[in-house]
Write a protein that binds this ligand. Structure first.
Ligand code: ZN
Length: 164
């Protein structure tokens, strides 16, 4: 990713009101290793069930507000991340739900995806963060293709959020 500013992130939310986005606290960005990321994501400090994600989508930036349904945001069971295809143990795996953009979202429609609980998908596909469970898929794809698959999966999810 290209390095982003808090203003760029706040200005690209598709499923928050302008006011909600403006009031959102964005973490410190100086230390972020942008070149290792396909998306930048963080959890809300106090509300553990709320997360935020920003990525390049086509020729623009898209930020999403996400909610996790479980109390602590993560399911106790294991499963495969819908974006990076890493198999995660329970406790680092959860269903993240985004309100749809525009009138569809205001009418209460949402779309969900199972993700790594730590949202470090970009680091797993690059081997920067080790996969903790041995139960991974028999993966033969080179790293470059795994990164491309991650980006494609994420883009498909964002398209669903943007769908009117
Ligand atoms: Zn993942």
């Amino acid at each position: 990713m290209i390095p982003l500013t808090p203003g760029q992130i706040r200005g690209s939310f598709v499923n928050l009101s302008r006011r909600q986005a403006k009031e959102l606290s964005v973490p410190q960005l100086e230390e972020v290793a942008w070149d290792t990321l396909d998306f930048f994501a963080w959890r809300h400090g106090r509300a553990a069930d709320r997360s935020y994600l920003v990525t390049e989508h086509g020729d623009r930036l898209v930020s999403l507000a996400l909610r996790t349904s479980e109390k602590k945001g993560l399911t106790p069971r294991s499963g495969m991340c819908g974006v990076c295809c890493t198999v995660q143990e329970g406790g680092n795996f959860g269903l993240f739900v985004a309100s749809r953009a525009g009138s569809s979202g205001r009418a209460g429609n949402s779309v969900g995806i199972y993700l790594c609980g730590d949202l470090d998908c970009s680091l797993y596909v690059r081997g920067i963060k080790p996969r903790l469970t041995r139960k991974q898929m028999g993966e033969t794809l080179p790293q470059r293709d795994r990164v491309a698959r991650l980006q494609l999966n994420l883009a498909e999810f964002i398209d669903k959020v943007l769908e009117e």
